[in-house]
Design a protein around this ligand. Structure first.
Ligand SMILES: C[S@@+](CC[C@H](N)C(=O)[O-])C[C@H]1O[C@@H](n2cnc3c(N)ncnc32)[C@H](O)[C@@H]1O
Length: 279
Protein backbone atom coordinates (compact mmCIF):
# COMPACT_ATOMS: atom_id res chain seq x y z
CA UNK A 1 0.00 0.00 0.00
CA UNK A 2 1.41 3.41 -0.97
CA UNK A 3 1.21 6.27 1.54
CA UNK A 4 1.91 10.01 1.63
CA UNK A 5 5.36 11.36 2.55
CA UNK A 6 3.92 12.62 5.87
CA UNK A 7 2.50 9.19 6.75
CA UNK A 8 5.79 7.55 5.80
CA UNK A 9 7.67 9.88 8.15
CA UNK A 10 5.53 8.39 10.96
CA UNK A 11 5.94 4.79 9.75
CA UNK A 12 9.18 4.49 7.74
CA UNK A 13 8.45 0.85 6.76
CA UNK A 14 5.67 1.96 4.40
CA UNK A 15 6.35 2.88 0.76
CA UNK A 16 5.38 6.26 -0.65
CA UNK A 17 3.51 6.29 -3.99
CA UNK A 18 6.74 7.27 -5.79
CA UNK A 19 8.70 4.46 -4.14
CA UNK A 20 5.99 1.93 -5.01
CA UNK A 21 5.89 3.11 -8.65
CA UNK A 22 9.69 2.88 -8.93
CA UNK A 23 9.72 -0.56 -7.29
CA UNK A 24 7.19 -1.86 -9.85
CA UNK A 25 9.27 -0.47 -12.73
CA UNK A 26 12.46 -1.95 -11.29
CA UNK A 27 10.84 -5.36 -10.81
CA UNK A 28 9.59 -5.32 -14.40
CA UNK A 29 13.12 -4.44 -15.58
CA UNK A 30 14.59 -7.25 -13.48
CA UNK A 31 12.17 -9.71 -15.05
CA UNK A 32 13.19 -8.54 -18.54
CA UNK A 33 16.88 -8.92 -17.61
CA UNK A 34 16.35 -12.41 -16.20
CA UNK A 35 14.54 -13.48 -19.38
CA UNK A 36 16.91 -11.77 -21.83
CA UNK A 37 18.72 -14.17 -24.12
CA UNK A 38 20.85 -11.41 -25.61
CA UNK A 39 21.96 -9.74 -22.36
CA UNK A 40 25.39 -8.16 -22.98
CA UNK A 41 27.88 -10.47 -21.28
CA UNK A 42 31.62 -9.91 -21.73
CA UNK A 43 33.29 -13.19 -22.59
CA UNK A 44 36.59 -11.57 -23.48
CA UNK A 45 39.38 -11.67 -20.93
CA UNK A 46 40.68 -8.22 -20.13
CA UNK A 47 37.26 -6.61 -19.67
CA UNK A 48 36.91 -5.32 -16.09
CA UNK A 49 34.57 -7.39 -13.87
CA UNK A 50 33.83 -9.92 -16.64
CA UNK A 51 32.93 -12.60 -14.09
CA UNK A 52 30.17 -15.24 -14.15
CA UNK A 53 28.21 -12.99 -11.75
CA UNK A 54 28.14 -10.06 -14.23
CA UNK A 55 24.39 -10.21 -14.82
CA UNK A 56 23.42 -11.05 -11.20
CA UNK A 57 25.45 -8.16 -9.79
CA UNK A 58 24.01 -5.78 -12.37
CA UNK A 59 20.50 -6.86 -11.32
CA UNK A 60 21.33 -6.55 -7.62
CA UNK A 61 22.68 -3.01 -8.05
CA UNK A 62 19.83 -1.91 -10.29
CA UNK A 63 17.56 -2.73 -7.37
CA UNK A 64 19.74 -0.75 -4.91
CA UNK A 65 19.91 2.22 -7.31
CA UNK A 66 16.13 2.35 -7.40
CA UNK A 67 15.17 1.28 -3.87
CA UNK A 68 17.97 3.05 -1.97
CA UNK A 69 18.96 5.88 -4.31
CA UNK A 70 15.64 6.78 -5.92
CA UNK A 71 16.81 6.29 -9.54
CA UNK A 72 14.02 7.18 -11.98
CA UNK A 73 13.76 5.84 -15.56
CA UNK A 74 14.11 9.36 -16.99
CA UNK A 75 17.25 10.25 -15.04
CA UNK A 76 20.56 11.25 -16.59
CA UNK A 77 23.19 8.88 -15.16
CA UNK A 78 26.96 9.40 -14.96
CA UNK A 79 28.86 6.18 -14.18
CA UNK A 80 32.29 7.08 -12.78
CA UNK A 81 34.73 4.22 -13.35
CA UNK A 82 32.14 2.23 -15.31
CA UNK A 83 34.59 -0.59 -16.09
CA UNK A 84 33.12 -3.25 -18.38
CA UNK A 85 29.56 -1.91 -18.17
CA UNK A 86 28.27 -4.17 -15.40
CA UNK A 87 25.86 -1.45 -14.26
CA UNK A 88 25.24 -0.05 -17.75
CA UNK A 89 24.05 -3.43 -19.05
CA UNK A 90 21.35 -3.62 -16.37
CA UNK A 91 20.41 0.05 -16.82
CA UNK A 92 19.63 -0.66 -20.51
CA UNK A 93 16.49 -2.42 -19.22
CA UNK A 94 15.38 0.31 -16.77
CA UNK A 95 16.22 3.74 -18.20
CA UNK A 96 13.36 5.03 -20.31
CA UNK A 97 13.68 8.61 -21.46
CA UNK A 98 16.85 8.98 -19.40
CA UNK A 99 20.46 8.74 -20.52
CA UNK A 100 23.67 7.05 -19.47
CA UNK A 101 27.29 8.23 -19.76
CA UNK A 102 30.04 5.99 -18.42
CA UNK A 103 33.73 6.80 -18.28
CA UNK A 104 36.77 4.83 -17.21
CA UNK A 105 40.54 4.74 -17.48
CA UNK A 106 40.57 1.13 -18.79
CA UNK A 107 40.55 1.44 -22.60
CA UNK A 108 39.79 -2.22 -23.36
CA UNK A 109 36.67 -2.18 -21.18
CA UNK A 110 35.43 1.05 -22.76
CA UNK A 111 35.94 -0.43 -26.23
CA UNK A 112 33.88 -3.49 -25.22
CA UNK A 113 31.11 -1.29 -23.80
CA UNK A 114 30.97 0.69 -27.04
CA UNK A 115 30.80 -2.50 -29.14
CA UNK A 116 28.28 -4.32 -26.96
CA UNK A 117 26.13 -1.77 -25.09
CA UNK A 118 26.27 1.62 -26.82
CA UNK A 119 25.28 -0.01 -30.14
CA UNK A 120 21.98 -1.08 -28.60
CA UNK A 121 20.80 2.31 -27.44
CA UNK A 122 21.91 5.73 -28.67
CA UNK A 123 21.28 7.22 -25.20
CA UNK A 124 24.16 5.13 -23.82
CA UNK A 125 27.70 6.39 -24.37
CA UNK A 126 31.12 5.54 -23.02
CA UNK A 127 34.34 7.47 -22.80
CA UNK A 128 37.95 6.65 -22.04
CA UNK A 129 39.76 9.11 -19.76
CA UNK A 130 43.52 9.00 -19.44
CA UNK A 131 44.46 9.25 -15.76
CA UNK A 132 46.66 7.07 -13.60
CA UNK A 133 45.65 4.22 -11.32
CA UNK A 134 48.43 1.62 -11.03
CA UNK A 135 45.87 -1.17 -10.58
CA UNK A 136 44.22 -0.47 -13.97
CA UNK A 137 46.07 1.96 -16.23
CA UNK A 138 49.31 3.87 -15.97
CA UNK A 139 49.47 7.44 -17.18
CA UNK A 140 51.48 10.58 -16.42
CA UNK A 141 48.14 12.34 -15.75
CA UNK A 142 46.86 12.35 -12.17
CA UNK A 143 43.23 11.73 -11.25
CA UNK A 144 43.52 15.00 -9.32
CA UNK A 145 43.58 16.86 -12.66
CA UNK A 146 40.48 15.21 -14.12
CA UNK A 147 37.38 17.29 -14.74
CA UNK A 148 34.46 14.87 -15.10
CA UNK A 149 33.14 14.91 -18.69
CA UNK A 150 29.78 16.48 -17.80
CA UNK A 151 28.44 19.99 -17.41
CA UNK A 152 27.69 21.45 -13.97
CA UNK A 153 24.24 20.66 -12.51
CA UNK A 154 23.47 18.28 -15.39
CA UNK A 155 23.35 14.82 -13.79
CA UNK A 156 20.47 13.32 -11.77
CA UNK A 157 22.24 10.20 -10.59
CA UNK A 158 25.97 9.49 -10.39
CA UNK A 159 27.34 6.01 -9.77
CA UNK A 160 30.73 4.98 -8.34
CA UNK A 161 30.54 1.26 -7.60
CA UNK A 162 33.75 -0.39 -6.48
CA UNK A 163 35.77 2.71 -7.39
CA UNK A 164 36.70 4.37 -4.08
CA UNK A 165 37.87 0.90 -3.00
CA UNK A 166 40.77 1.45 -5.46
CA UNK A 167 41.64 5.09 -4.73
CA UNK A 168 43.29 7.02 -1.91
CA UNK A 169 41.66 9.85 -0.04
CA UNK A 170 43.14 12.81 -1.91
CA UNK A 171 41.78 11.47 -5.21
CA UNK A 172 38.49 10.43 -3.57
CA UNK A 173 38.07 13.99 -2.26
CA UNK A 174 38.61 15.37 -5.76
CA UNK A 175 36.12 12.89 -7.28
CA UNK A 176 33.51 13.78 -4.62
CA UNK A 177 33.93 17.47 -5.52
CA UNK A 178 33.59 16.67 -9.21
CA UNK A 179 30.48 14.59 -8.54
CA UNK A 180 29.00 17.46 -6.53
CA UNK A 181 29.78 19.86 -9.38
CA UNK A 182 28.03 17.82 -12.08
CA UNK A 183 25.02 16.73 -9.98
CA UNK A 184 21.94 18.86 -10.23
CA UNK A 185 20.61 20.13 -6.87
CA UNK A 186 18.78 17.19 -5.28
CA UNK A 187 20.76 14.64 -7.32
CA UNK A 188 22.53 11.68 -5.74
CA UNK A 189 25.90 9.94 -5.87
CA UNK A 190 25.50 6.21 -5.26
CA UNK A 191 28.89 4.87 -4.16
CA UNK A 192 30.34 1.78 -2.54
CA UNK A 193 33.31 1.68 -0.19
CA UNK A 194 35.01 -0.22 2.60
CA UNK A 195 34.33 2.24 5.43
CA UNK A 196 36.23 1.87 8.69
CA UNK A 197 33.71 2.76 11.39
CA UNK A 198 34.02 1.75 15.06
CA UNK A 199 31.59 -1.11 14.28
CA UNK A 200 33.39 -2.39 11.14
CA UNK A 201 36.81 -2.07 12.80
CA UNK A 202 35.69 -4.17 15.74
CA UNK A 203 34.08 -6.77 13.39
CA UNK A 204 37.29 -6.80 11.35
CA UNK A 205 39.33 -7.41 14.48
CA UNK A 206 36.96 -10.15 15.65
CA UNK A 207 36.57 -12.00 12.31
CA UNK A 208 39.72 -11.07 10.36
CA UNK A 209 37.43 -9.93 7.52
CA UNK A 210 35.30 -11.71 4.95
CA UNK A 211 36.89 -12.19 1.47
CA UNK A 212 39.31 -9.31 2.10
CA UNK A 213 41.30 -8.05 5.10
CA UNK A 214 43.21 -4.82 5.62
CA UNK A 215 46.35 -5.41 7.67
CA UNK A 216 48.47 -2.51 6.29
CA UNK A 217 48.33 1.25 6.55
CA UNK A 218 49.05 3.36 3.44
CA UNK A 219 48.46 7.08 2.76
CA UNK A 220 46.04 7.41 5.67
CA UNK A 221 43.92 4.37 4.71
CA UNK A 222 44.16 0.61 5.23
CA UNK A 223 45.10 -1.69 2.37
CA UNK A 224 45.08 -5.42 1.72
CA UNK A 225 48.33 -5.79 -0.23
CA UNK A 226 51.39 -3.54 0.14
CA UNK A 227 52.68 -4.79 -3.26
CA UNK A 228 49.51 -3.49 -4.95
CA UNK A 229 48.17 -0.71 -2.69
CA UNK A 230 45.27 0.21 -5.05
CA UNK A 231 44.00 -3.41 -5.21
CA UNK A 232 41.75 -2.85 -2.16
CA UNK A 233 41.54 0.32 -0.04
CA UNK A 234 39.49 0.84 3.14
CA UNK A 235 38.84 4.42 4.23
CA UNK A 236 38.47 5.67 7.81
CA UNK A 237 34.89 6.91 8.07
CA UNK A 238 35.61 10.17 9.87
CA UNK A 239 37.99 11.69 7.27
CA UNK A 240 35.90 10.17 4.48
CA UNK A 241 32.75 11.85 5.82
CA UNK A 242 34.69 15.12 6.11
CA UNK A 243 35.52 14.85 2.38
CA UNK A 244 31.82 14.23 1.64
CA UNK A 245 30.84 17.34 3.61
CA UNK A 246 33.65 19.44 2.06
CA UNK A 247 32.34 18.47 -1.39
CA UNK A 248 28.91 19.81 -0.44
CA UNK A 249 27.16 16.44 -0.29
CA UNK A 250 25.30 14.92 2.64
CA UNK A 251 25.08 11.23 3.57
CA UNK A 252 21.51 10.05 3.09
CA UNK A 253 22.06 6.29 3.45
CA UNK A 254 24.81 4.03 4.69
CA UNK A 255 24.24 0.28 4.48
CA UNK A 256 27.19 -1.45 6.10
CA UNK A 257 28.79 -4.24 4.03
CA UNK A 258 29.76 -7.79 4.93
CA UNK A 259 33.46 -7.32 4.01
CA UNK A 260 34.40 -6.81 7.67
CA UNK A 261 32.68 -10.05 8.64
CA UNK A 262 29.36 -8.52 9.64
CA UNK A 263 26.43 -10.89 9.16
CA UNK A 264 23.19 -9.94 7.47
CA UNK A 265 24.63 -7.15 5.30
CA UNK A 266 22.95 -6.59 1.91
CA UNK A 267 26.23 -6.35 -0.03
CA UNK A 268 29.91 -7.13 0.30
CA UNK A 269 30.85 -3.42 0.21
CA UNK A 270 29.23 -0.59 2.14
CA UNK A 271 26.55 1.19 0.12
CA UNK A 272 26.42 4.98 0.35
CA UNK A 273 23.88 7.41 -1.02
CA UNK A 274 25.36 10.94 -0.93
CA UNK A 275 22.99 13.68 -1.98
CA UNK A 276 23.51 17.23 -3.22
CA UNK A 277 21.12 19.50 -1.32
CA UNK A 278 18.11 20.68 -3.29
CA UNK A 279 18.40 24.35 -4.24
C1 LIG B 1 36.43 -2.87 -9.58
S1 LIG B 1 36.21 -2.02 -11.09
C2 LIG B 1 34.50 -1.55 -10.99
C3 LIG B 1 33.92 -1.26 -12.33
C4 LIG B 1 32.45 -0.87 -12.31
N1 LIG B 1 32.20 0.34 -11.55
C5 LIG B 1 31.62 -2.00 -11.78
O1 LIG B 1 31.10 -1.92 -10.66
O2 LIG B 1 31.50 -3.01 -12.50
C6 LIG B 1 37.03 -0.45 -10.79
C7 LIG B 1 37.04 0.42 -12.03
O3 LIG B 1 37.50 1.72 -11.68
C8 LIG B 1 38.29 2.22 -12.74
N2 LIG B 1 39.12 3.30 -12.22
C9 LIG B 1 40.14 3.21 -11.36
N3 LIG B 1 40.63 4.44 -11.08
C10 LIG B 1 39.88 5.31 -11.79
C11 LIG B 1 39.89 6.71 -11.91
N4 LIG B 1 40.77 7.46 -11.26
N5 LIG B 1 38.96 7.29 -12.70
C12 LIG B 1 38.05 6.54 -13.37
N6 LIG B 1 38.00 5.19 -13.30
C13 LIG B 1 38.91 4.59 -12.51
C14 LIG B 1 39.05 1.00 -13.20
O4 LIG B 1 39.60 1.14 -14.48
C15 LIG B 1 37.98 -0.08 -13.11
O5 LIG B 1 37.28 -0.20 -14.31
Amino acid sequence: MAVSDAAQAQRPGLLTAAQERRARLALAALQRIAAAEDYPLPSERGVVMATPQFRDIGMEFLWYFVAEGGLEPDHSVLDIGCGGGRMAAALLYYLDGGSYHGFDIHAESIAWCERSIAVRDARFRFEHVDVDNPAYHSSPRSALDLAFPAAGDSIDFAVATSLFTHMFSEEVGHYLCQAARVLRPGGALFATAFLLTPASLSELERTGGYVVSFPHEHRGSLIADPQRPEAAVAHFAEPFNALVAAAGLFPERHLAGSWCGQRGAVNLQDILVLRKPAA
